[in-house]
Design a protein around this ligand. Structure first.
Ligand code: MOS
Length: 704
């Protein structure tokens, strides 16, 4: 035993990233490459009545201009979630209809990027405009039926009765703003057709095997004729799992022209065209007995979608997992707006959902004069109330207790406005965290080389989360080798199917398969250690020895609900005169099953807390009521935290391996850290100021 698993090893890809040798999609060098630039709609709703491409076509270096009048050939994919999903059901350039500002209405291809961009601005478009809906309150809300087969309405008991019987009641509405993924790497693609039927794509993809299938369907090819290459992703957070219209159009144009074609979106195009998290409005009603035990939880959520696809931000998914209540009801509503299609963004649903629920729990704690940690301990549920299954390896109470202890929560004064320091009001707040545990199936090849190194090969992606490092740590353990002797290759659809980097499932998917493949290769070598295998390899004169193994979930999901848990504790300092708020202290305690690499796992939680601080205090987007464009369009106009906004974030993991879930006991750690962060901050603000803010982001004007 090496004892690598659980220790804190350095990022395998760290050096490549900081020295600039990690190759991102747009950086691949393809001979003969030409460049595309998008033409986008300047109105939010209406029709194109005329589109004149003549001047653009004659501009210097221009190879072709595509519009709905000469759309390159694209087939309609099945578009099922796990089959061949595209982010927008409407294919690019389908017709002359405009559904949102920034919608793609053309593509210019030229010898250079500058020529393409220049010519794109020479395309003359005339529109017949219609009144767009770009403000949620003008939308028509309807019941949201389902998200990927999961029902969004649920009731057990009778909430009305539960509320009538309650001694203490909370009813409040919580708001979140439209948010942008704001990944460092903008969306980009190089589509390279080797011939009319053989395609290689370089694109940031969280799921190369899924993309391979989708592009195959889009272009009427067998999957093996398509190769997706994504060794590195510069941030994704959910907006790089499936092809967006720009990528589909680029690939179609490249096929028709038979040139390798590169298309990089501007920040503004990313903002309008490549997903966002919808704004939400959530109503929570809580009823409780005098001792704090809940009698009813009601949670209704509203979010918005685009005219060309349905994505209902699933805020109520967490509600029946968090706290036990005899009466519990959830509902989701959705309205169509003339905006781009919203999509998955780190803890989709769980993050805004926990903002509302954990704010309401704090309000109830004050109402009942019960400590908010005690209130949560009191109402812990042993089973998932919607799935009707017991939770496996749940250590939520431990997260609360250890967090309270580390933070010094017992010293918290029970009155608002009672702590001050250096002329500032100080507040302490806490909130719970949760995220379901998912797992996919994966195959992994382990190859031993005569030079005493090992290669681990699988298609699964590292979107910056640490998958390279987690795979290396697991293989080091499984083979009994130093981590330096392990090389990991990821993110290529030619490699064995490694599943999807989404839903925080990459570790739970890959780690059991890596373990199995390590065992398999030693068995093949008839060796008990890698050293023995290397010796045998050298003796035989063979260069390599390899084995492939797979791992997949079984029937455990019928017996158990798998979910991760946590608690955040924070301190804020507020200068009320100028509305300035500083987060000054942070403690997070998480229960995620087996931690594979302590360093990257803690880093995932820190990143998520930082993103949560942005969600709580800064991140905001509205759509211009006149032209329908997002009013933010780059990293200067879209505010998110910088170093100066972030305190030291203390992260601790508790619990045990969740061996009911998989042989490694790992549940994953990508998303959970953001959940509850904004509520912990708003709860601390209430403690500091006595002001309950239910509308995110909490900008200085709301604190004055
Ligand atoms: Mo994540 S929002 O499942 O990429």
């Amino acid at each position: 035993m090496n004892q690598v698993i659980g220790s804190g090893i350095n990022r395998k890809d760290g050096r490549a990233k900081v020295t600039g040798t990690a190759t991102y999609a747009a950086e691949h060098q393809i001979p003969g490459l030409v460049h595309g630039y998008l033409v986008t709609a300047s109105i939010a709703h209406g029709q194109i009545t005329n589109i004149d491409t003549q001047t653009a076509e004659q501009a210097s270096g221009v190879i072709a201009v595509f519009t709905h009048n000469n759309r390159p050939q694209i087939c309609k994919p099945t578009n099922n979630f796990m089959a061949s999903k595209i982010y927008e059901a409407r294919l690019p350039l389908s017709d002359n209809q405009i559904h949102y500002a920034g919608q793609i209405i053309g593509l210019v291809v030229a010898d250079t990027f500058e020529q393409a961009r220049h010519a794109a601005h020479l395309v003359k478009v005339e529109y017949a405009t219609q009144e767009p809906i770009v403000v949620a309150k003008n939308g028509t809300f309807q019941e949201a039926i389902s998200m990927f087969g999961q029902k969004m309405q649920f009731e057990k008991g009778n909430c009305a009765t539960g509320m009538t019987d309650a001694i203490a009641k909370i009813e409040a509405t919580y708001i979140t703003s439209t948010e942008m993924h704001a990944a460092m790497e903008p969306h980009a693609i190089i589509a390279h057709w080797q011939d009319a039927d053989t395609l290689t794509i370089y694109e940031p993809s969280q799921w190369v095997i899924g993309s391979q299938r989708t592009y195959a369907e889009l272009f009427g090819l067998p999957a093996e004729k398509v190769r997706i290459i994504t060794p590195f992703i510069g941030g994704a957070f959910g907006c790089k799992a499936f092809p967006w219209p720009h990528a589909i159009l680029c690939t179609a144009a490249a096929r028709q022209l038979q040139y390798p074609l590169k298309l990089v979106l501007s920040r503004r195009q990313v903002t309008a065209n490549a997903g966002h998290r919808s704004e939400t409005e959530q109503k929570i009603r809580l009823g409780a007995n005098g001792d704090g035990s809940l009698t009813a939880i009601e949670h209704t959520a509203k979010s918005c979608t685009s005219p060309v696809d349905v994505f209902a931000e699933p805020c109520t998914g967490i509600t029946s997992a968090m706290y036990a209540a005899p009466n519990l009801g959830i509902e989701q509503e959705i309205a169509v707006m003339n905006v781009g299609t919203p999509t998955f963004m780190r803890a989709p649903g769980e993050n805004p959902g926990m903002w509302a629920l954990e704010s309401a729990m704090d309000e109830l704690a004050w109402e009942l004069k019960i400590d908010p940690v005690e209130l949560r301990l009191k109402n812990e549920t042993k089973e998932h109330q919607h799935q009707c299954l017991p939770f496996s390896a749940k250590h939520f109470a431990e997260c609360l207790r250890v967090g309270a202890e580390q933070f010094g929560w017992q010293d918290r004064p029970q009155q608002v406005r009672s702590l001050t320091r250096d002329g500032k009001l100080i507040g302490w707040g806490m909130a719970a965290s949760t995220f379901p545990a998912f797992r996919g199936s994966a195959s992994v090849t382990v190859r031993l080389l005569a030079d005493s190194t090992a290669e681990i090969l699988t298609s699964g992606n590292d979107m910056g989360t640490g998958a390279y490092t987690v795979v290396a740590a697991t293989a080091a353990e499984g083979l009994g080798l130093p981590v330096e002797q392990i090389r990991v290759k990821l993110g290529d659809s030619l490699l064995p199917n490694g599943g999807m980097a989404g839903g925080s499932q990459m570790s739970a998917t890959l780690v059991p398969a890596v373990m199995a493949a390590c065992k398999e290769v030693l068995k093949t070598a008839q060796a008990t250690t890698a050293q023995e295998a290397f010796a045998a390899l050298r003796e035989s004169g063979e260069a390599t020895l390899e084995a492939t193994a797979s791992a997949a979930p079984g029937g455990e999901g019928k017996k158990w609900a798998f979910q991760s848990w946590g608690a955040h504790f924070c301190e804020v300092g507020i200068d009320e005169e100028i509305g300035r708020l500083q987060v000054t202290r942070w403690v997070s305690v998480m229960n995620i099953g087996q931690v594979i690499n302590a360093k990257t796992a803690a880093s995932q939680i820190r990143g998520a807390v930082i993103m949560g601080i942005g969600h709580a205090l800064m991140e905001e987007c509205h759509f211009d009521p006149n032209i329908g464009y997002p009013v933010v369009y780059d990293f200067a106009t879209y505010h998110f935290p910088t170093h100066a906004d972030i305190p030291r974030i203390q992260v601790t993991f508790v619990g045990e391996p969740d061996l009911n879930f998989n042989p490694a006991g790992v549940r994953g750690v990508g998303e959970i850290g953001i959940t509850g962060v904004s509520a912990a901050i708003a709860n601390a603000i209430y403690h500091a100021t006595g002001k309950r803010i239910r509308d995110l982001p909490i900008t200085p004007d709301k604190l004055l």
